[in-house]
Design a binder for this molecule. Structure first.
Ligand SMILES: [Zn+2]
Length: 299
């Protein structure tokens, strides 16, 4: 009789299919029975460095927790907010693309073809490294974000999908897919005081040619810069540039400023000097073109 003394403690009870393989060539029940889980684990790790063992041993068969059940990996996907994106490759292509989840009314594709789990390919690491149900779930759109038909999920943390291809990837390399993914990041919710401050900033630019807004939170800066520029363009038909130094945003419309050059020269020179030298930004006085985000807290 040969029970499962050689069976490493790190292999889960679900791996019945591979018990025979793991027992390998010998059946040394007495020797194996005396081993504790820690010893088995050490040998398991050591074995992984041997080529022969590597061929029959999945990379993740040894969990890093040492003795706990192995962890099977799901699909190789990125989570962007609420959106899940599968890392894929196209047939014959080298770039790593992204595919989103199929619309509910459309038929989805599995991350890998069932062929990858074919019993004849049992020696491949896929079966033990990856969650079969997760990889075969037909839930992905057939096209990449950039509009290509993808072939298969690229391997990820679970290791190669087959012994013939050791390529793994953890991020897309297709520029088009990347730029589309960037747009999926949710924009920060605009603060309710933002429209008012944008209007006051634009008022100041129209009157003086420039404005300065202090204490602007980082996640509101880009929205405020865009809002002020848009207002100045709408109301005066002029362009407006903005510069950021930490929490302070400087706005300058050169065309409008030129109309008020003489009046504004001294104040603007002071502001620019402070911005460029990183000097003390504490105002000596509060000119009309200087605004503070905190002053207008209406929340
Ligand atoms: Zn792409």
């Amino acid at each position: 009789m040969c029970a499962e003394p050689e069976r490493p403690a790190t292999i889960s009870q679900n791996d019945k299919h591979d018990a025979q393989d793991q027992n390998g060539s010998g059946c040394d029940g007495k020797r194996g029975a005396r081993r504790d889980a820690g010893k088995l684990h050490e040998e398991r790790v050591s074995d992984l460095h041997g080529e022969e063992a590597a061929a029959r041993t999945p990379r993740v068969a040894v969990s890093h927790s040492g003795g706990m059940n192995q962890l099977r990996h799901g699909v190789n996907a990125l989570q962007v907010g609420e959106v899940e994106l599968l890392l894929t490759v196209t047939s014959g292509g080298t770039a790593v693309h992204l595919a989103h989840v199929a619309n509910p009314e459309d038929a989805g594709r599995a991350a890998v073809h069932e062929y990858y789990f074919d019993a004849n390919r049992r020696s491949a690491p896929l079966e033990l490294s990856y969650d079969r149900a997760a990889l075969l779930a037909a839930r992905w759109a057939p096209m990449t974000l950039c509009g290509r038909e993808w072939a298969v999920m690229i391997a990820g943390e679970g290791g190669p999908l087959s012994e013939l291809n050791d390529e793994v990837a953890f991020a897309p390399t297709c520029g088009r897919c990347l730029s589309i993914m960037d747009k999926l990041f949710p924009a920060p919710a605009p603060d309710q005081r933002l429209p008012l401050i944008a209007k006051l900033g634009a008022d100041s630019i129209l009157e003086h040619g420039h404005a300065e807004v202090r204490d602007v939170p980082g996640d509101q800066q880009q929205t405020l810069r865009t809002a002020v520029r848009t207002l100045v363009r709408q109301r005066a038909g002029e362009n407006c540039r903005s510069y950021v130094q930490e929490s302070v945003i400087f706005f300058v419309s050169e065309a409008i400023y030129a109309e008020h050059a003489e009046d504004n020269m001294r104040a603007a020179a002071e502001a620019i000097d402070r911005a460029l030298t990183g000097g003390d930004l504490t105002p000596v006085h509060e000119p009309a073109w200087r605004l503070s985000w905190d002053t207008w807290n209406i929340s």
